[in-house]
Design a protein around this ligand. Structure first.
Ligand code: AMP
Length: 167
């Protein structure tokens, strides 16, 4: 059996990763699936069924990253339950630790086919977040939005060089 093909969607908060995934998924519903780690975590917080949901909620409200093990556990579950050939992953990896754990856990299960990087200025990110009306707790406060942009610059953006080196 061929391995599912993963496309990582990387970009700062509000840059449009989720929108692009939505368009691609609806244009090619039989081939493409899309998972957003942020959406998976927000669903857990909303449903309040899984132990530790309240800790997730606290960290997400502050714009802090969740433990890699926990995020990948849920993401892997979603990926394995999916029958489509191409899977867009929005929100993972977010830092070196995420990527290291992915390599260790997922290497034999899936193939990374491509990485799409969506660039945008901080100003655009801020404006787009102000415009969206998803009711996200972490969108409500400019200091938290700035913190998320900072986490992206410091922890996520350096991954682009790694992927470039990997070809
Ligand atoms: P997002 O919807 O991608 O902006 O993610 C919202 C929040 O979920 C982030 O600010 C983090 O708190 C958490 N989160 C999402 N993906 C990850 C990840 N790969 N590693 C750690 N935390 C994550």
């Amino acid at each position: 059996m061929t391995k599912p093909e993963i496309i990582f969607i990387i970009g700062g908060p509000g840059v449009g990763k989720g929108s692009i995934c939505g368009y691609l998924k609806s244009d090619y519903p039989k081939i493409i699936s899309a998972f957003s780690t942020g959406d998976i975590l927000r669903t857990i917080v909303k449903e309040k069924k899984i132990e530790g949901w309240d800790i997730l909620e606290e960290d997400m409200k502050k714009g802090k990253l969740i433990s890699s093990e926990r995020v990948l556990f849920y993401l892997k579950e979603a990926i394995l339950s999916c029958n489509n050939k191409v899977i867009l992953v929005d929100g993972y990896p977010r830092n070196f630790e995420n990527l290291e754990l992915w390599d260790k856990t997922m290497k034999n299960i899936v193939e990374i086919k491509a990485v799409f990087f969506f660039d945008g200025t901080h100003d655009i990110m801020m404006k787009r977040i102000h415009k969206r009306k998803d009711g996200r707790e972490d969108d409500k406060n400019d200091d938290i939005i700035k913190k998320r942009i900072e986490v992206f610059e410091k922890e996520t953006k350096p991954l682009i060089d790694i992927f470039k080196k990997r070809g």
